[in-house]
Ligand binder design. Structure first.
Ligand code: HEM
Length: 481
């Protein structure tokens, strides 16, 4: 294995080119140059970055292992420190300390709680939004439902907040409800990170509101840490949310491994960033694919009836049996991997082992100098024909019989730094989809004289915000029987 050369591609803006041009296939650039590792050199400014759609290369850079030569770039981590150090921003020993406390919180007991809250929230949504007495409901932007649902579940099951689907955004005295504070905090996430501190003093309504929501929620969380500690120490804690479990796990640690209150809060807040948009986008994409592929939707419907029948609410024990619901969720996430890039930086001069050019068997080493950015292109990985036959096709059957936690499914990343919230996100999604698909047929909501094909092109197109998702998705829900 000798040191090899690296294909360099000169582009004005690489990510725009692969993601946003409707005609470009996600992995075209790798196919064109017959290489799964490419150096992208921006024409206008900045240094080269190495992009890869190969999982073996990905494993070398994202593992987070003790002796790894790669780390999260400082600029990316710093942006995530708004509420305190946390698992996503941390690296090395600090990451291990955070994972030690965070890991035990994500247990089966939590998932059962997430499952039950998802069922409760779904039923509350039907009752509050007037679905119960309608035969058909047109929803011009289905993301309005999926984002609210995902926010509710994070709010309830991660933060331990209790709120109602129909609650008004502000109280009589003008204070924000916790639900509204959480929504605003999520919506203004980037604003809070990118705006300099002094700008919040300016008379700009959007900034004032963002700050108000952030401060109100932070104040609430600080009170809650003390309350939870007291309950745990007195043995009176009855709560099941992640926040309580974190405080509990932290109390159980020897003092040298304990996290500070700000770190506990930082970890709860980071779940908003990591778990809200990602899950909501994937649910919207799943509904879009099922609306278009009505025959697959019918197959999944029959499967749901087979597993839980027509009347009873699904229980947590049903989760693993609902394998076709899991399969459509997996396949939609594969085609729209909402965590679409994982960025790392070489902390020293090193060598990456990469596949040979032109699809030839074997590997070669390429030198990577200190400071070089390496980007695991998750869209490229998920559309790589090395891993999937007909990668551009929506084919949920490729996942039939694959267990929910299998490493064969890689869109939650792989290795020790893979998504900690994978089962959390899947639990709420499978509960939501199971109830929705059992009760309602999902159809494209066509506009004017639009055909189903035109609808597909209009809405199943990628849109990139922080995470990757489909465009605003118009859906008609028609009651079954
Ligand atoms: C469809 C939904 C989701 C997708 C596609 C997703 C994807 C990912 C990916 C790709 C990573 C690795 C990022 C990197 O290494 O740079 C990650 C990490 C993480 N995710 Fe998720 N995620 C989802 C839902 C969630 C949820 C619901 C939560 C929390 C409740 C969550 C919490 C986390 C955390 C804490 C990490 C950092 C793990 C570590 O570094 O040790 N995620 N996620």
């Amino acid at each position: 294995m000798g040191a090899g050369c690296l294909i360099s591609v000169y582009m004005v803006e690489f990510r725009d080119q692969i993601l946003l041009e409707p005609e470009s296939k996600p992995t075209e650039v790798y196919r064109q140059y017959q290489s799964e590792v490419i150096s992208i050199v921006p024409l206008l400014s900045g240094g080269p970055s190495i992009y890869t759609n190969n999982l073996d290369v990905a494993r070398q850079v994202i593992s987070g292992a003790h002796k790894t030569s790669f780390t999260k770039p400082e600029y990316a981590s710093e942006a995530l420190l708004l509420w305190g150090m946390n698992l996503i921003a941390a690296d090395g020993d600090i990451w291990r300390k955070h994972r030690r406390v965070m890991g035990p919180a994500f247990s089966n007991r939590l998932y059962e709680y997430v499952w039950n809250e998802s069922i409760r929230t779904f039923n509350e949504m039907l009752a509050s939004d007037g679905w119960l007495d309608k035969k058909s409901i047109d929803v011009p932007i289905v993301q309005r439902i999926t984002f609210k649902f995902a926010l509710f579940i994070i709010g309830k099951c991660a933060f331990g907040l209790s709120f109602k689907w129909s609650e008004p955004p502000t109280g009589p005295d003008g204070t924000l409800s916790l639900q509204e504070a959480l929504r605003l905090t999520t919506d203004t996430f980037l604003t809070m990170i990118l705006t300099p501190k002094w700008a919040f003093k300016l008379p700009i309504e959007r900034l004032r509101k963002a700050k108000q929501a952030h401060d109100q929620l932070l104040g609430f969380m600080q009170e809650q840490v003390d309350e939870r500690k007291k309950e745990i120490r007195n043995g009176t804690s009855q709560r099941d949310d992640v926040f309580t479990r974190l405080v509990q796990a932290n109390e159980d640690e020897e003092s040298k491994f304990r996290l500070g209150d700000d770190e506990l809060i930082g970890n709860v807040f980071i779940m908003l960033f990591a778990g809200h948009e990602t899950t909501a986008h994937t649910l919207a994409a799943t509904l879009g694919f099922l609306a278009y592929h009505s025959e697959i939707q019918e197959e999944v419907y029959e499967h749901i009836l087979f597993v839980i029948g027509k009347t009873r609410d699904p229980v947590w024990d049903d989760f693993n049996k609902l394998e076709k619901v899991i399969a459509v969720f997996f396949e939609s996430l594969r085609l729209f991997p909402s965590g679409h890039v994982m960025i790392r930086e070489a902390r020293e001069d090193t060598v990456l082992t990469v596949p040979n050019l032109g699809g030839l068997e074997g590997t070669r080493g390429i030198p990577v100098s200190k400071g070089t950015e390496v980007v695991v292109d998750m869209i490229g990985v998920q559309y790589n024909s090395r891993y999937f036959d007909e990668p551009e096709k929506f084919k949920p059957s490729r996942w039939y019989g694959v267990p929910a936690e299998s490493e064969m499914f890689t869109a939650f990343s792989v290795g020790p730094r893979a998504c900690l919230g994978r089962k959390f996100g899947m639990t709420e999604s499978i509960a939501f989809l199971t109830l929705l698909l059992r009760g309602w047929r999902v159809e494209p909501l066509l506009s004017g004289g639009e055909t189903k094909e035109q609808w597909k092109q209009r809405v199943l197109d990628a849109e990139l915000v922080i995470t990757l998702g489909v465009a605003n998705m118009p859906i008609r829900f028609t009651r079954r029987n």
